[in-house]
Design a protein around this ligand. Structure first.
Ligand SMILES: Cc1cc2nc3c(=O)[nH]c(=O)nc-3n(C[C@H](O)[C@H](O)[C@H](O)COP(=O)(O)O)c2cc1C
Length: 405
């Protein structure tokens, strides 16, 4: 690896090798129609792939219609969703990125507002604008808080159907050509509802003790593992802590991570939160740089399972330090990637491992390589310049150009 930079070294799980450790974190865009992808999704996801990330994760994608978090969630609950996904996957892969998909069921947070339309319970105004409201399902009939819908408690018979729905959606993801699948067990959605005592107060084999609360999520992992190729990696995104007294803790997560690994999960993606009444995602929490990295570090060190770190990781130097110090194997970027979809390429330049723009799509790279040499002749670099042209020199340049015309 040039310069010993680990962020841009390969990373392999099962038969999949990522060209670098930069992952675009799953981020809902709430822009699908009846689960179907739209042109927006192609522009959005292809930009990240073109921008050099090793792995681009497609946002939370619903395994059933009722499990949608919002009216705009993409789906893989029926075969007709496969073709659109397949097109997107091949588009992303044409830029050398691997394509992952996060499968989800919204649990008690199903049927809420699209984030950019409020991120709370659906209102009458939302319904008047055409949004549909339905009754969520969850381990217990406990709402997230005042104003939120009260879910129906899932029966034992329904659990069977849900296990099958997870497996069917995973099978469709394989048919669409995804390189890997992430099972969403975080952020207050169905599988985390089972894990957290804040949402699970069942009195059967699926509630009570930690072992019982882990039972359904582990059954889902085994059901998914049984239908995907052995060569395909599986990730699980967890909320390493609820950040709430009496809720899920990092110690619980260590137990879960070991069990996940035995059930066939290859990497634990370490997020947190989601059971707060006030917010749909943990991204609304005000936290410092790398605030969830210690979870990825502990799980990796104490269970031996590879991890991904996420949350307020913004600079190339910080990302590099996390992987270099062995605190996580992969770095997921959320909002920083929205701010700069070409972050990975820019990070390679900043860390001194941009090899003549050879990793860029050639339509850009060929020109940028020449451009960077022209910049260097002026004492400038692609990342910026210490040189500020004197007004007189600019005026002289302008005059000489117009006299040539
Ligand atoms: C617009 C947006 C949508 C998100 N949707 C999802 C999602 O679909 N699944 C998920 O696990 N996390 C989701 N998240 C959380 C991000 O993946 C990430 O964990 C979080 O934003 C923290 O990382 P950051 O500080 O780099 O943004 C979302 C975050 C944002 C900003």
């Amino acid at each position: 690896m040039p310069g010993g930079i680990k962020l841009f070294s390969e990373f392999s799980l099962r038969s999949v090798t990522l060209k670098n450790r930069v992952v675009i974190s799953p981020m809902g865009t709430y822009s699908a129609e009846n689960g179907n992808l739209q042109p927006f999704h192609h522009t959005h996801y292809a930009s990240f792939a073109m921008g050099g990330a090793g792995l681009v994760m497609i946002e939370q994608t619903s395994i059933t219609r009722r499990g949608r978090v919002t009216n705009g969630d993409p789906g893989l609950w029926q075969d007709s969703h496969i073709a659109g996904m397949r097109q997107l996957v091949s588009h992303m892969k044409s830029y050398g990125a691997k394509a992952g998909i996060q499968l989800n069921h919204g649990g008690r947070k199903s049927s809420m507002q699209r984030a950019f339309r409020g991120n709370g319970p659906l209102t009458d105004a939302d319904l008047a604008s055409g949004e549909e409201r339905w009754t969520p399902m969850a381990p217990s009939a406990l709402s997230l808080g005042e104003g939120w819908l009260t879910p129906e408690a899932i029966t034992l018979g329904e659990l069977d159907g849900l296990r099958q729905a997870w497996a069917s959606a995973a099978r469709r993801a394989v048919l669409a050509g995804f390189d890997l699948i992430e099972i969403h067990m975080a952020h207050g959605y169905l599988l985390q509802n089972f894990l957290s005592p804040l949402a699970n107060q069942r009195e059967d084999d699926y509630g009570g003790s930690l072992e019982n609360r882990m039972r359904f999520p582990l059954e889902v992992v085994r059901a998914v593992r049984a239908v995907v190729p052995q060569s395909m990696p599986l990730f699980a995104r967890i909320s390493a802590t609820d950040w709430i007294e009496g809720g899920w803790t990092i110690e619980d997560s260590l137990v879960l991570a070991r069990a996940l690994s035995e059930a066939g999960i290859d990497l634990v993606d370490c997020s947190s939160g989601g059971n707060l009444r006030s917010g749909a995602t943990n991204s609304s929490l005000g936290r410092g740089p790398g605030y969830q990295v210690p979870f990825a570090e502990r799980i990796r060190a104490e269970t031996g399972t590879p991890t991904a770190a996420v949350g307020m990781i913004r600079t190339p130097e910080f990302a590099e330090r996390i992987v270099q110090d062995g605190r996580a194997d992969l770095i997921c970027l959320g909002r920083q990637a929205l701010f700069d979809p070409f972050w990975a390429h820019h990070a390679a330049e900043a860390l001194g491992v941009n090899d003549g723009f050879s990793e860029w799509t050639p339509q850009y790279g060929w020109w940028l390589n020449k451009w960077s040499r022209a910049l260097a002749a002026n004492g400038e670099t692609p990342m910026g310049s210490e040189v500020f042209p004197e007004p007189a020199a600019v005026a002289a340049g302008r005059r000489s150009r117009s006299s040539r015309a």
